[in-house]
Write a protein that binds this ligand. Structure first.
Ligand SMILES: NC(=O)c1ccc[n+]([C@@H]2O[C@H](COP(=O)([O-])OP(=O)(O)OC[C@H]3O[C@@H](n4cnc5c(N)ncnc54)[C@H](O)[C@@H]3O)[C@@H](O)[C@H]2O)c1
Ligand SMILES: O=P(O)(O)OC[C@H](O)CO
Length: 331
């Protein structure tokens, strides 16, 4: 039987531990707070992150990182993107020498503009082939409720990607493999930014034409950046591209869309942060994605406007006017 560690006891880490255990792994969740780890161990619940979900017997938890990762085949990373580098700096020395490191995160690092797999390779000092990424339309509460969904397992080493695929396949999870790590990670990170815009549009009372236009043009700018970085354009028509974009934009469960709704109602960034507690990765990633796009000479007008609303106090209505008033061009 395989052994897995899930580092991060948020909504996704907890839901993913349930998947892994049901698919046959022994799973240890690492939680920052011992009280969270103890409740998972003793009561098999993580009420703060995934309310009402009972975890299988094969899931345990600890706040001791070395104990969590000892003798594991897979280490799944599910902390907020902007904390990953700091976390890995502390963890790198404890990781088993051949464990596959799997990123469950959807963000781009501020300052460096690196994807999560790049941060892992650099900080844990491992070969890129040891890193696998899981990304797709996977809202944690729906997955925890065992509603059928598909996802993508992307890796440079096809054999490792297949092992992860086998480790998470269930009657309600259908994982596909891919070799396009760049495309899958970008799809996951940029959809959060577009979902912020979608939430703003929703709160401003905009209709389905507006929302369809945002999704379509949002995907166009994602694919443009992806191609400039070496991704396969077809990835953006798949689960980690369009699939995740549609799920995140259309679901009231999405933290990014919900955060956008707060901004669309005229709240400041600080007020929106105060009323939404969980991670809305797009809020920080929009800055890094904008910088990455500029560095590669790629136009990302929706991302630019989301960044201005989030971080420069621009009124979302003004952002819409600017987007609609751009120079005419072919699709
Ligand atoms: N929730 C989902 O539906 C979902 C689905 C797919 C991918 N993701 C991605 O998974 C990642 C984690 O998201 P989540 O939904 O679990 O977020 P979350 O907000 O529910 O939980 C984040 C967890 O990280 C912990 N944390 C915060 N700061 C930390 C630090 N400095 N060091 C270590 N741990 C820290 C928090 O205590 C919390 O347990 C994100 O990149 C997100 O985009 C989430
Ligand atoms: O709740 P969000 O906005 O972080 O989205 C969750 C997942 O990434 C959806 O696939």
């Amino acid at each position: 039987m395989t052994r897995s560690a899930v580092l991060g006891a948020g909504a996704w880490g907890t839901a993913f531990a349930k998947i892994l255990a049901e698919a046959g792994s022994h799973v240890t969740i690492w939680a920052r707070r011992e009280s969270v780890a103890a409740t998972i161990r003793e009561r098999r619940i993580n009420e703060g992150s995934l309310p009402g979900v009972k975890l299988p017997e094969r899931v345990t938890a600890t706040s001791d990182l070395a104990a969590a990762v000892a003798e594991t085949d897979f280490v799944f990373l599910a902390v907020p993107s902007q904390t990953l580098r700091g976390n890995l700096a502390d963890w790198a020395g404890h990781l088993p020498p051949d464990a596959t490191l799997v990123s469950l995160m959807k963000g781009i690092e501020l300052g460096t503009t690196k994807r999560m797999s790049q941060v892992i390779v650099e900080t844990a000092r491992v070969a890129p082939e040891r890193v696998v990424v899981v990304s797709g339309p996977n809202l944690a509460p729906e997955i925890a409720a065992e509603q059928p969904a598909a996802t993508v397992v992307a890796g440079l080493d096809a054999a490792r990607a297949q092992l992860v695929q086998q480790a998470i396949a269930l009657p309600y999870i259908r994982p596909y493999t891919s070799d396009d790590v760049i495309g899958c990670e970008l799809g996951g990170a940029v959809k959060n930014v577009i979902a912020l815009a979608y939430g703003m549009a929703t709160a401003m009372g905009m209709g389905d034409n507006t929302k369809a236009s945002l999704i379509t043009r949002g995907l166009a700018e994602t694919a443009r950046l992806g191609v400039a970085l070496g991704a396969d354009p077809m990835t953006f028509a798949g689960l980690a591209g369009l699939g995740d974009l549609v799920a995140t934009c259309s679901s009231p469960l999405s933290r990014n869309r919900t955060f956008g709704e707060h901004l669309g109602r005229g709240e400041s960034l600080e007020a929106a942060q105060a009323s939404t507690k969980q991670t809305a990765e797009g809020v920080k990633s929009c800055l890094a994605i904008r910088d990455l796009a500029r560095a590669h000479g790629v136009e990302m007008p929706i991302t630019e406007q989301v960044e201005r609303v989030c971080h420069e106090g621009v009124d979302p209505r003004v952002a819409v006017k600017l987007l609609m008033g751009r120079e005419m061009k072919p699709e």
